[in-house]
Design a protein. Sequence first.
Length: 94
Amino acid sequence: MVGLFYFILVCTFAPALSANPSNTVVVPDVTGINADRAKTKLESKGFQVEVVYGVPASSEDEAFKVYEQSARPFLRVERGHKIILTVFDGFKPQ
């Protein structure tokens, strides 16, 4: 259990701790916005972005919006860091 906690702690904070302060950027919170807008926003800050489609949206309004990002919002990480965005898939009414 301690090993898992240490692993999570290192994976979360290591990029920020080892980064050159002049080459770091604060990760914006892009959850809740359209995947295209989120990707553009992150790329404009110097991040690499991958979009992954997750669970189906429960409404048309929710479709293609980010519900999870791999880098914690407001954490300072190096430019070029890859951020994975998980977005709701399209809405499929039943």
